[in-house]
Design a protein around this ligand. Structure first.
Ligand code: 48H
Length: 257
């Protein structure tokens, strides 16, 4: 039995990994925007995998505001919440709350059930960049990167890469700093996040969700950081709408190839 259990895990894992060596879409970061994008794209029949550095996918959802594990939404995000069977409570003035643990669980379950594979404890440490286009990601186990072990990575090729890494926009930075790409921002570079302004931040997150250089898209707080948007704290509608928007843009981009 001992051998059976280990063998079953190894066989299933490698079947899954092998299937994902070449993807339609590689999503970096399992925060709300990345998970929603992965869900929508997988539901539309695209081959999608999400690479998440941490053991638990969900990004900034779990902690709510200052560890009070409730999130706020406005009306414009309720349709997406309902697609994931997330229950919300009317808090007045156009605001709704949802249990952060329910939101994280629902988005993870939704993405995986739609057909996306989530690889947790896997860090994206670099991009594949060929002929002026981002066409894949370079992955390694998070403990290897954290311990700074000198171990070479593996490569996943993809028709599109989504930077859903949140505040640091790590993948966009790699494109700008390592590949020397001019990004589709007013300065051509990563502009950096601005301070708190809820209304502006929610709106600009969605506006700034786009392809920022050939093959590379940004969503959520990464979109905000790249184009210099304001932050908005624990209100998550912008993240939901950004995830849905970027899935549509990526699908259009893949179809146009
Ligand atoms: C693999 C990586 C890597 C890497 C990072 O930050 P997130 O929750 O993502 P978003 O942008 O969808 O949601 C943002 C939201 O949670 C938030 O922070 C808000 C609304 N803040 C407002 C404010 O004012 O502060 O998740 C990103 C995920 C995390 O789980 C990271 O661990 C992961 O990406 N990640 N995974 N390889 N190189 N970098």
């Amino acid at each position: 039995m001992e051998e059976k259990i280990s063998g079953a895990i190894v066989d299933s894992f490698f079947t899954k990994l092998k299937e994902c060596l070449s993807l339609d879409v590689a999503v970096v970061g399992a925060g709300p925007s990345g998970l929603i994008a992965a869900h929508d794209l997988a539901l539309a029949g695209r081959k999608v995998a999400v690479f998440e550095r941490k053991l638990a996918p969900g990004g900034g959802i779990w902690g709510g505001g200052m560890l009070f594990n409730e999130l706020v939404f406005r009306k414009n995000a309720l349709e997406i919440a309902s697609d994931f069977n997330i229950r919300t409570t009317d808090a007045g003035d156009g605001c709704y709350t949802a249990d952060a643990v329910e939101v994280a669980a629902a988005l993870i379950f939704g993405a995986v059930h739609a057909g996306a594979h989530v690889f947790n404890s896997v860090s994206v440490e670099d991009i594949v960049f060929k002929d002026g286009k981002v066409c894949g990601v370079v992955i390694n186990w998070t403990p290897i990167t954290r311990l700074e072990m000198h171990v070479d990575p593996l490569v996943i090729t993809a028709g599109a890469v989504l930077d859903g890494t949140g505040h640091p926009s790590e993948i966009a930075r790699k494109a700008a700093d390592k590949a020397g790409v001019t990004l589709d921002t007013p300065t051509g570079k990563v502009m950096g996040e601005r301070p708190m302004w809820v209304e502006s931040g929610e709106a600009s997150t969605v506006e700034n969700t786009k392809m920022i250089c050939p093959g590379l898209y940004v969503s959520g707080m990464a979109a905000n950081n790249v184009s210099g948007g304001f932050r908005m704290g624990p209100i998550f509608g912008g993240m939901f709408l950004s995830g849905r928007k970027v899935a549509g843009l990526i699908a259009e981009g893949l179809d146009a190839r």
